[in-house]
Design a protein around this ligand. Sequence first.
Ligand code: BG6
Length: 464
Amino acid sequence: MTEYNFPKDFWWGSAASGPQTEGHVAGDGKGDSIWDVWFKEAPDKFFDGVGPDKTSQFMKYFKEDIQLMKQTGHNTFRTSIQWSRLIPDGTGAVNAQAVEFYNQVIDELLATGIEPFMNLYHFDMPAKLQEEGGWLNRETVDAYVKFAETCFDLFGDRVKKWFTHNEPIVPVEAGYLYQFHYPLHVSFKEAVQVGFHENLASAMAIEKYHATYDGQIGIILNLTPSYPRDENNPADVSASEYADAFFNRSFLDPAVLGHFPEKLIEVVQDLNIVPEMLPGDLQIIAENHVDLLGVNYYQPRRVKAKVSKKVAGSPVMPDDYFDNYEMPGRKMNPYRGWEIYEKGIYDILKNLKENYGNIECYISENGMGVEGEEKFRGENGEIQDDYRIEFVKEHLKYVHQAIGEGSNCRGYHMWTCMDNWSWTNAYKNRYGFISVELDHDGRRTIKKSGHWFKTVADSAGFTD
Ligand code: BG6
């Protein structure tokens, strides 16, 4: 048996987001986001036709939910402020009901001994701004900075950990390359512009925050380590470096180091898709770095040199620089179709230590989505999710090892607290420590993993 002891002040908790949990309440003054619009246009795109209107009803149940967080060992919890709830049209008046709601949530968390971590953008562009081009439009950057300042002014006296974006590469790849988020475009040029504006918006919000406030501000990135098929094959290694530049370093480098990676610059120059920018933009990015980095880790990316032929007339894509590689014998989460590779979390932390100044960081999402979890509900009504306990434990062992070797990792957040609505997957795959039964008006029950996590958090570790 080995003891895995974590620092006494380690952050134990989970992550969620406003659009995936809150739901709508009649007369709440919320404006539409791209998700509301898309759901109205094409409900069939969403698993079982479940949209963003109801979700887990956190607006209705937040007091009870925060008690459940306590019962599952949380000392910290991350969610997001929905831009379209706080400022319904994205740029105009503040919605007083939203202010009251977020104030209540923050106060309730603090009163329960749970520190709120607050994110500002989690894929939820206000519909009015999307009509004007969303992240393609420079004016969205200014609107975002105003939104960020409004949040700092309203809630910054109590919220001391802020994040500018969750997984900003996702709006780039999902919205402008691979068509799994609105507006479903396919354009490498647009993707590059969107990514640039998100980076700039983040740096500008950080600049404002540092000028006036005394907490920490960071960004949450889904770092997906790129492993070459064969480390001794230079073509495979080069392909994996391209994938790393596109999907990890495009945000990690500017956020922590203040500049874009060479490989990315090379590609956008070669393809003549350098984003439009104003004089001084690169300076803003160079001078305003994050204080804290959130690391979302679910799966590795395995890559080999490009061999597949490009279909004539198909658009230029990042994938022109690498092929994905299916490693024989890889361990899979069969429900989500994602590889489970626990050591990836250690490799990320090591990379941050060696190449990113050992920036203060924490695991801001890690988790296992399982379809049809009801079949694991035992006679006592509790979901027996031993697979999730195993998943978390095996990842925590590697986090423990990295900390032992000097990583500045300060905490671990599961995705997610209670089962929530996951974009077009809706409630297909369940991730929570707490189950939500949609047929029973969102009835909550703590799963076996939630009880287990409390024992881990209470003793700051586990034995295995
Ligand atoms: C994370 C996102 O990448 O993955 C979450 O930050 C999302 O918003 C989670 O819900 C799970 O996604 P999926 O696609 O498995 O439902």
